[in-house]
Write a protein that binds this ligand. Structure first.
Ligand code: PEP
Ligand code: CO
Length: 448
């Protein structure tokens, strides 16, 4: 069937809210269609060029951020700290891993959540599930859980202000390498990790001094002062994505201008359904989450639908199988895909296959997360495939949502600072620790 901006409406669409009032919904969508795009096509093309390098094994992709952004936790401090932790991880990966890093936040639009169950039960009360702040309210009462289309406008404006600040940070001085490596996140304990970071920071200072002593003026070198941070979210709520999809006046190409990159979740990636159909018609770089039940044939079919021209840097296959299943399933899949000649980026999401529940808390063990990352690199290496990236749920705050890591978050400590509205995130300490581990893996893996 021919693609146009609303042809997805003729396909089955999973995980969509049922809005109680069609007129209210139409009004909001009409308004969104008139609002300015959040990203510019030129930036999206720049991201694809960066991702071409990843696809060739010349760079590594770091994608991370909240599981779900929220209206409640929206503020400059959270955005700044997310920016800082992404940049610090990127520095660790660049310096210790020796590889250029493409940075994409799960930010400025990551609001809609797929749910395995339509209902949630708490203390004997059953209510419709929370589906992300762009759809309904986290508060556990009947009224809060009714989908409200006006939330799309709030999500749009929050995304716009978030992007505004990110762009300011990226180009306005906060990303200056001479400062970034000296940042102290404030809660790094005097542990092994702290020493490792201080040691690397010292070596970066020495290197910068050396470059300056050679007569190169680093103050005026923009690559040492500025960074590119791109945005991404799950393209789940299709009416919202449709409303922000525009024709680029320069090229005539169609872009979803809600973010630079969009991905599809494990629950909405069926090739004959609405989400895949919609994404097949836009030019943005795309991702697809791949769970333990997927086959190599499923991935080939997705590549044919989402990247029929086999373009480099277009499609990111994000593996999220869990620490046990990845070793059982992935080697065979990689072996088969290797013979297909498809241009794909492969990255690992070590979060979503490793979620467990302790009491009322959803959590993840840091050891399982690191082990799935290691297995991914090992399997890729032995199958001759480039391990191209990592996809994480993390925050720049000192939360206690995942168990373990150098600061040793225990089960008993989970309630200290458990703030996520959806899945448990790595805190800044855990994220940095993981970055050091990935840097070691990158050294062996890299072609860059
Ligand atoms: C997510 O990335 O938050 C998510 C829901 O992932 P998945 O679709 O892989 O479960
Ligand atoms: Co999640």
């Amino acid at each position: 069937m021919k693609w146009n901006i609303n042809s997805w409406r003729r396909y089955p669409a999973r995980q969509q809210p049922i809005y109680p009032n069609q007129k209210d919904l139409d009004k909001v969508l009409a308004k969104l269609q008139k609002l300015p795009p959040l990203v510019f096509a030129g930036e999206v093309k720049a991201l694809q060029n960066d991702l071409i390098k990843v696809s060739r094994g010349e760079a590594f992709l770091l994608q991370g951020g909240d599981c779900a952004e929220s209206f409640k936790n929206f503020g400059a401090i959270n955005i700044r700290d997310m920016f800082k932790i992404l940049l610090q991880m990127a520095i660790v990966l660049t310096f210790a891993g020796g590889c250029p890093i493409v940075k994409i936040g799960r930010i400025a639009g990551q609001f809609a959540k797929p749910r395995s169950n339509d209902f949630e039960e708490l203390n004997g009360i059953k209510l419709p599930s929370y589906r992300g702040d762009i759809i309904n309210d986290f508060k556990f009462d009947q009224r809060s859980r009714i989908p409200d289309p006006k939330r799309m406008l709030e999500a749009y404006y929050q995304s716009a202000t978030t992007l505004n600040l990110l762009r300011g940070f990226a180009k306005g001085g906060l990303a200056d390498l001479r400062e970034v490596h000296r940042w102290n996140l404030g809660f790094l304990k005097k542990n092994k990790l702290y020493k490792q970071y201080a040691h690397m920071s010292e070596k970066i200072s020495e290197t910068l001094n050396f470059i300056e002593a050679c007569g190169i003026n680093i103050k005026d070198t923009s690559t040492l002062k500025e960074v590119n941070i791109y945005t991404s979210h799950e393209a789940l709520l299709l009416p919202y994505e449709e409303s922000l999809t525009r024709v680029d006046s320069l090229s005539g190409e169609i872009y979803d201008c809600s973010a630079h990159m969009l991905w599809l979740g494990e629950r909405t990636r069926a090739v004959d359904e609405a989400h895949v159909h919609f994404l097949s018609g836009i030019k943005n770089p795309l991702g697809v989450k791949i769970g333990p039940n997927a086959t190599a044939e499923d991935i080939i079919a997705l590549a044919n639908s989402l990247n029929p021209l086999n373009e480099e840097g277009r499609l990111n296959i994000i593996i999220r199988m869990g620490v046990e299943k990845i070793v059982q399933k992935l080697p065979k899949i990689f072996a088969r895909l290797k013979s297909e000649g498809l241009n794909l980026i492969y990255s690992i999401d070590p979060m979503h296959g490793n979620t467990t529940k302790i009491g009322n808390y959803k959590t993840r063990e840091f050891d399982k997360i690191t082990q799935e990352v290691k297995s991914f690199f090992e399997i890729a290496y032995s199958e001759g495939i480039y391990a191209g990236g990592v996809h994480l749920e993390m925050t720049g705050q000192n939360v206690t949502e995942c168990i373990g890591g150098a600061s040793n978050i225990t089960q008993q400590k989970l309630n200290k600072r458990y703030e996520t509205q959806c899945d448990p995130r790595l805190n800044a300490d855990q994220a940095l620790e993981l970055a050091f581990l990935i840097a070691d893996l990158l050294k062996r893996n890299r072609k860059c």
